[in-house]
Design a protein around this ligand. Structure first.
Ligand SMILES: [Zn+2]
Length: 428
């Protein structure tokens, strides 16, 4: 055991690090890639890595056995779209204002609470697609150092967009309410401005680049379906990011903005409520991933049902809700690559796995939902060489759910075993 792992075990309290190898046993196993589950499930772990999978695996005589019985072993789930910040009240407009009252330290501690909850729900890797005050960078680093339990994080720092756009943090406030520096570098002007914004984000710790190609449901003063960046601006942004070996994600509900982003070579389209046939066809041809974030819509729907008044945002929310069901069904029938992301933060953190049944309800096969949450996300994140499948040599991110998730996809919402890099964080 390395000193770092020992330190992590001490600091993480509930987490336990085995002194030697571990053999995980369960009735079934899904490796993240195959088209079916196998029986029985066996994964041998030594240190931070998987050393064997399946009945043919060599199990060292001194291995500690953890028998999960009638359960299914899976690779740790991944979420392509989260915002790990302090949990809000659900009143989106009020929450934006009360964020202005909290110190950075308070927000960081709130973020640590939701990071732990996300890990315990079986999510061992997430992308954080925009944060304030470098909470995402701080949280990522603290988790990596073993100071606080949470998923492995790939962070975007600030989303990049236009003045008055969805990524503009001062959008919706009167002039002068927030310090002008809070716009930096979220608001870029022209291709050179986009390149500079990408460089700024990477300088301060971004693992990937997020852009708001058009308006949002929860921002004011912008349409949800009209493009905000020019083709030249998107080309420059994606080119700069790829030159610096960073993946790119575009917040884009509408079809025209998505087409511009796809033409520019974006790696994923987030939300995509109003994607038309042409946009979906372009995405299939280019291999662009689609991340529908159905849980975001679900979170807004629940809050509106509970009586939340959203004023100008309400019309946009209803438009997106009506459109996205049709879009996801069409994307499935057209074989667009769908990756799993949820927009955690728009709904209460820790419910990420509900996205799987929302996809299945719209026609995705359960096995494909499991694949979207594991190996497909790993490919989108650019880390498929390390995580996303259960195979010898991969990092030991292993979770278990009771029963058979193919028979009942909602079993994924009852994760009862979580191991991340060989450290057990949760047991039944
Ligand atoms: Zn988001």
């Amino acid at each position: 055991m390395t000193t770092l792992r020992l330190l992590a075990a001490v600091l993480l309290c509930a987490a336990t690090v085995a002194a030697g190898p571990i053999v995980l046993k369960a009735a079934r196993l899904y490796d993240g890639q195959a088209d079916r589950l196998v029986s029985p499930g066996i994964v041998v772990v030594d240190g931070a890595r998987i050393v064997g999978v399946g009945t043919g695996a060599n199990v060292p005589a001194d291995a500690e056995a953890i028998d999960l019985k009638d359960a299914t072993l899976l690779p740790g789930f991944m979420d392509a779209h989260t915002h790990l910040g302090p949990e809000g009240s659900g009143n989106f407009a009020q929450d934006r204002l009360s964020m202005q009252e909290q110190t950075t330290g308070e927000k960081a501690l709130g973020a640590a609470v939701v990071a732990r909850r996300t890990l315990m729900a079986g999510f061992t890797t997430v992308r954080d697609l925009e944060s304030n005050e470098f909470i995402d960078v701080g949280l990522r680093n603290a988790i990596t150092r073993g100071l606080t339990p949470g998923p492995r994080m790939l962070v975007a720092v600030r989303g990049i967009g236009t003045a008055g756009g969805h990524c503009d943090p001062t959008n919706g406030y009167r002039w002068g309410f927030l310090h002008p520096s809070s716009e930096l570098p979220a608001v870029g002007v022209g291709p050179d401005g986009m390149r500079q914004a990408v460089r700024w984000n990477i300088k301060y710790g971004a693992d990937l680049i997020k852009t708001c190609a058009l308006g949002g449901v929860l921002s004011l003063n912008d349409d949800v379906d009209s493009p905000q960046l020019t083709q030249d601006e998107l080309n420059a942004l994606v080119d700069q990011a790829h030159t610096q070996r960073r993946k790119t994600a575009a917040h884009s509900h509408g079809a025209e903005a998505a087409k511009r982003a796809v033409r520019a070579g974006i790696d994923s389209i987030e939300h995509g409520s109003f994607l038309d046939d042409e946009a979906l066809r372009m995405m299939r041809e280019k291999g662009t991933y689609y991340v529908p974030t159905l849980m975001a819509i679900e979170g807004i729907r629940e809050r509106m049902a509970a009586g939340l008044k959203m004023d100008a945002r309400e019309r946009k929310a209803r438009q997106a809700m009506d459109a996205i069901d049709v879009t996801v069904r069409k994307a499935l029938s057209m074989d667009v690559r769908i990756a799993l992301g949820t927009d955690a933060g728009v709904y209460p953190h820790g419910r990420n796995a509900e996205e799987l049944h929302l996809l299945v309800d719209r026609g995705m096969r359960p096995i494909d939902a499991l694949r979207a949450a594991t190996s497909v996300d790993a490919e989108l994140f650019g880390i498929a060489d390390r995580v996303g499948t259960l195979a010898a040599g991969k990092l030991a991110d292993v979770i278990a759910v009771p029963g058979d998730p193919i028979a009942n996809i909602r079993a994924v919402e009852k994760v009862h075993f979580v191991m991340k890099e060989g450290v057990v964080h949760r047991r039944p």
